[in-house]
Design a protein around this ligand. Structure first.
Ligand code: NAD
Length: 295
């Protein structure tokens, strides 16, 4: 049986670890706040009180942490994954972080005989619960093959997209599309409402045509209900748009629509809305037009 150390049991990591347990893996979970470890134990997993304890017996370690410094600290830090890893450990970082940090972690792992993949995900909390995530993987082909059974327990669409860091580049593109899509959905809802259109059937018919999208399907109901509980926090969307903006600049390409939505998300974060779902873009669009949704 493969033993998996799972570090970071939040909105995404919690259900992903539970799906690995359900698929028959021996999962040892660690999270900074212990209540989330208990939730995994209640689902049949095991709990660890430290990163070292989660890593000690693991064949595979998965990290699902908020941001680049969290992953760097948890992996390269003095009491991090690499300090206690068994030889040939497979470390799969499924967090969304900067591609250069993923490459640095892969290099640090190689020095310790630890194999590293960057494997960020898309699909949000719903897909994490359903086990239907899209997983974009960067790293060596043989390591991706070894991780296949792990990926298949949490995801549906799995693609090896290149060398170390490539998974993060594809995830950055994903976030560019998602944020832009939500921004335009927000504008469309305010626009429709301002013309007195019935919003529920309007959204339904839009969903059946070329304007249809997973964003529309999954986010419009909450937006219409004014429910902005995360989901995917605006703080994380802000982080991801920072990643895509920097990576585009580094490559010498421009993302004018992305830059606009990045500034809108930055405004929401600056005024204290970081913990709303990213569909909270509707609040800003609504205020810019001086009108709330009438539903
Ligand atoms: P989250 O904040 O809900 O979960 C992160 C968890 O990590 C928390 O439980 C926190 O206590 C824990 N943690 C933080 N630092 C730690 C440390 N040093 N050691 C142990 N535990 C630590 O975040 P999330 O929404 O689950 O997102 C995780 C990652 O996945 C992020 O990079 C995010 O961008 C990405 N992601 C999120 C979604 C989504 O819809 N929420 C979708 C795709 C990708």
């Amino acid at each position: 049986m493969t033993t998996i150390g799972f570090i970071g049991l939040g909105v995404m990591g919690g259900p992903m670890a539970a799906n690995l347990v359900a698929a028959g893996f021996d999962v040892i979970g660690y999270n900074r706040s212990p209540a989330k470890v208990q939730a995994l134990i209640d689902k049949g997993g095991r709990g660890a009180a430290s990163i070292a304890e989660a890593v000690r017996d693991a064949d595979v370690v998965i990290t699902m942490l908020p941001d680049s410094p969290d992953v760097e600290d948890a992996v390269i830090g003095a009491v991090g994954v690499l300090a206690g890893a068994r030889p040939r450990l497979l470390l799969i970082d499924m967090s969304t972080i900067r591609p250069d940090v993923s490459r640095r972690i892969a290099a640090a792992g190689a020095q310790k005989g630890v194999r590293v993949l960057d494997a960020p995900v898309s699909g949000g909390e719903a897909a994490a619960i359903e086990g239907t995530l899209s997983i974009m993987v960067g790293g060596d082909t043989a390591d991706v093959a070894d991780a296949k059974h792990v990926f298949e327990a949490v995801g549906l669409t799995i693609a090896h997209v290149g060398a170390h860091g490539a998974g993060q580049i594809v995830k950055a593109a994903n976030q560019l599309i998602v944020a832009g899509n939500i921004g335009l959905l927000a504008e469309a809802l305010i626009f429709l409402d301002s013309h007195g259109v019935d919003l529920d059937p309007a959204v339904r018919v839009l969903g059946g045509g070329l304007a249809g999208s997973t964003v529309l399907e999954r986010k419009a109901p909450g937006m219409l209900a004014g429910n902005f509980a995360p989901g995917f926090r605006l703080a994380l969307q802000h982080k991801d748009l920072g990643i895509v903006t920097a990576a585009a600049r580094e490559a010498g390409v421009v993302i004018p629509l992305g830059a606009t939505v990045a500034q809108m998300v930055a405004a929401l974060v600056a005024r204290g809305d970081s913990d709303l779902d990213h569909s909270g873009l509707l609040k800003l669009v609504s205020e810019l037009s001086g009108r709330p949704l009438s539903t």
